[in-house]
Structures are given as C-alpha cells and as structure tokens.
Write a protein that binds this ligand. Structure first.
Ligand SMILES: [Zn+2]
Length: 305
C-alpha cells in the first residue's frame, strides 16, 4: 500500500490554511466556499443532483451519494487551483524496501494475467507512483512505461528503473500526444478517485487503449459491503485526496459512455474493486461470435412460464 498513503511531512511555508495541518484527515477547511463550485450532477451517471443522499462531513467537505448509481462524491467540488495547491504540498512517505518487493510481486501476478488477454507488449501504468508496476511489467518482458502527476514519486521511479521509462504528465495530456498502449494499468493509486473530471479521464483511457488491448483498474469501491454504514468512518474517505467513491454501477455507466466496457468485476474482500475493460466494440464482437446459445430461448421459456 506504499503507493496510496498520504502525507506525513509538514511543508515549510504553507500559505493556504488548508495546507498547514500535519493530519489532513482531521482538518477542516473554511477556505472552501460552497457557493464557489456547486456540485450539480453525478460525474458517473450524470444524474442532476437535485436530490442526493447526505453521508456526512470530513476534512471540510460534505460527502454525498447519487441516488441513481450510489457513487459518492465530495462536495463542494474543488477547483483545479485548489487541487494543484494541495498536491504541491502533498508529500508521499518514502517506501520501505520490504514494501517495494511485495508491491512488485503483487503487480507481477496481475500483469501476467493481463498478458493472457492481449498479445500486445506496450504497457502503461497510469498514476504509477514509485513505479513498481512498471518494474514488474519490465520483468514480464513488456515495453513498460509509467506516468504520474506527482513529482517526487516520479523522480524516485526514474532512479529505480531509468529516466526514459517515466513521465510526469496527466493522463489527458498523454492521450492528447497520441501514444497508445496494449495494457493500460491503474492499481494502488488514487488517480482516478481524485480526478477533477472523471469523464475527461475515462475519455483519455479510451484514447490510449490500443485496439485489442485491455485496461486494468483497481479502485475504491464506494458501495462495497465492507464500507462502514457510517460512510465517513471509512478510512479511505479522505477528501480531497479522494473525491470519488464509485459504485460498480457508476463506474460501469461512466466507462460505457466513453466506449469502454467492463468485462467482469472480481470479488474483493477489501473495500476495492478490480476489473478489466476493453473497447466496447470489441466486446460486442466477441460476444456475438459464439452465437449458438445466446440465451434467447431460455428467456422466452421464462416469459411463458
Ligand atoms: Zn450517479
């Protein structure tokens, strides 16, 4: 979990009062004016937030849940400037060596399974942090690269493996550059959960994914059965480091809107979900192939019964 921990250091000069506390989990932020950026719709299913379910307060944010798809989101929605400032001061703890090995082993197992799904060799870790997944992918003989928006992890990642394998760039900017990958990998990072524009993020993933390729996502599951009934007591609720707590329904709708189809959610005991997604057009083509038993007959039977 080394790559998703949060701040442990105080920075020298934090002008923004929201950035001055060591313990961000308990801070309140009076600087955020709710009138500034009204939260008007669910970013996952686009349902207008005329009504929503109130979950509680944390770190100066309200947490609200969409009545349609049960995705939870922080409100007020922070501005780009606020997030930039916040992450400028945000310090990730340096990884411990035993964690590095464990992380690499975990990633390698997942990556090897993904290799069974695509013949392509280009691997991109989005929100790669210290780059363990990229190191693992290299050992699996993939042409592996990593991108992240945070400076410190990327610096260390470059040291670990080599400068040429990492870039400090957003997924949206990377996608705009036109480069594609056969395996797009997001795990042990909160990059999707803190995306200010999840729709732009999903569109970028779709653009980066090469034909015949696969996306792997391991993200928080905002509707997991292990999430405490008092939502804000969930340890992963830490706005603004995490803004979105997608439900399975919500993430599925969001990705579908951008031409990506979730293949299958894997059962997890932890409050996360992991799944692969492919180009929707390819999934449809795959599903159509074994047309012998398409289930229509049994449907009719059921209807008649
Ligand atoms: Zn929704």
């Amino acid at each position: 979990m080394a790559e998703e921990n949060e701040t442990d250091e105080k920075t020298a000069s934090a002008e923004d009062p929201a950035l001055q506390d060591d313990d961000r989990e308990d801070e309140t932020d009076e600087d955020i004016d709710e009138e500034d950026v009204p939260l008007s719709f669910c970013h996952a299913c686009l349902t207008p937030f005329e009504q929503f379910y109130y979950l509680g307060e944390k770190n100066g944010f309200s947490l609200v849940s969409c009545l349609q798809c049960t995705t939870a989101v922080a409100d007020p929605y922070p501005t780009v400037e606020f997030m930039e400032k916040y992450f400028e001061k945000f310090k990730k703890p340096s990884p411990k060596s035993e964690e590095v090995e464990k992380a690499a082993t975990r990633h390698l197992k997942t990556i090897q399974k993904l290799q069974e799904k695509t013949k392509g060799k280009r691997f991109l870790s989005v929100g790669c942090g210290y780059g363990y997944s990229v190191i693992a992918a290299h050992s699996a003989e993939l042409e592996a690269y990593g991108i992240d928006v945070e400076e410190k992890p990327i610096k260390l990642a470059k040291k670990n493996l080599g400068k040429e394998y990492f870039r400090r760039i957003s997924v949206e900017d990377y996608a705009a550059g036109g480069k594609q990958a056969d395996i797009v990998y997001i795990a042990e990072s909160q990059i999707f959960e803190c995306a200010l524009d999840p729709n732009a993020f999903a569109a970028a993933l779709k653009k980066i994914l090469a034909p015949g390729g696969v996306i792997y996502l391991d993200i928080l599951d905002g509707n997991h059965f292990m999430v405490p009934s008092n939502f804000i007591r969930w340890k992963d609720v830490k706005p603004p480091v995490t803004l979105h707590y997608f439900s399975r329904k919500g993430i599925k709708i969001l990705l579908e809107r951008h031409g990506l189809e979730v293949e299958r959610f894997k059962f997890r005991f932890r409050t996360r979900m992991s799944f692969t997604a492919v180009h929707a057009s390819e999934k449809t083509a795959k599903d159509k192939k074994p047309a012998k038993n398409d289930g229509k007959k049994s449907e009719k039977k059921d209807a008649a019964a």
